[in-house]
Design a protein around this ligand. Structure first.
Ligand code: COA
Length: 181
């Protein structure tokens, strides 16, 4: 089974109507810390992490791995979109599901303007071209209404709902279309 580890990385920056998706660089450390320390961003992701711990542990260039995109608006980072190998050994993750998992974190001041949809759609489009036919999976809490709406807009379809971490979780899949043989 292939996954995001098989991606040719980094790609040329991906430009959308309003945004640029690119690999991470040293200047992105502050926004990665902010995203993980923000109580609003991490409400449905296990809660914020202490800023002091993040200052200690986040590397100088964060997210240096295939599938980690920083999203820029007018030259400023507003969030991250991640295409990571699906980890079936994590509690709550579906063992039978393979492939690649989608994740997204945006600064609260950038919510409500369609940026997450625009960025994730571009990342999925790029991914489908890079690894045709490789499905993308998504986990999100059903209480995370913004994330649920985003998943639907991106074309994810529900596989199942289940309880984990004391909350109802939603598990969906995005079927990248396989090339014609
Ligand atoms: C999940 C998350 C990325 C969604 O962000 P978002 O801004 O709501 O998502 P979208 O980009 O789809 O924006 C949709 C909103 O923009 C509005 N919008 C405004 N201008 C728009 C435009 N030009 N195009 C599209 N939508 C636009 C839409 O009407 C919609 O508004 P609504 O929230 O009132 O329905 C964000 O809430 C977040 O980072 N949450 C914390 C992290 C998290 O929980 N991640 C999930 C687990 S991986």
């Amino acid at each position: 089974m292939t996954d995001s580890r098989d991606l040719a990385w980094p790609p040329a920056p991906i430009k959308t109507e309003r945004l640029v998706l690119r690999e991470s660089e040293a200047g992105d450390r502050a926004v990665v810390i902010e995203l993980n320390a923000s109580p609003e961003v991490s409400t449905y992701l296990g809660g914020p992490r202490p800023r002091a711990e993040l200052e200690r542990t986040v590397p100088e260039v964060p997210g240096q791995r295939p599938g980690f995109f920083v999203v820029e608006l007018d030259g400023a980072a507003i969030g991250t979109v991640l295409l990571d190998p699906h980890e079936p050994e994590l509690p709550g993750n579906r063992r039978e599901a393979g492939g690649t998992g989608l994740g997204y974190l945006f600064l609260p001041e950038a919510w409500g303007q369609g940026y997450a949809t625009e960025a994730c759609a571009a990342a999925l489009d790029w991914f489908a071209g890079a690894l045709p036919g490789e499905p993308v999976v998504l986990y999100t809490q059903t209480a995370n209404v913004r994330s649920m709406r985003l998943a639907a807009k991106l074309g994810f379809t529900e596989v199942e709902r289940f309880e984990a971490y004391g909350a109802e979780q939603w598990f969906g899949v995005w079927p990248s279309v396989a090339p014609l043989a």
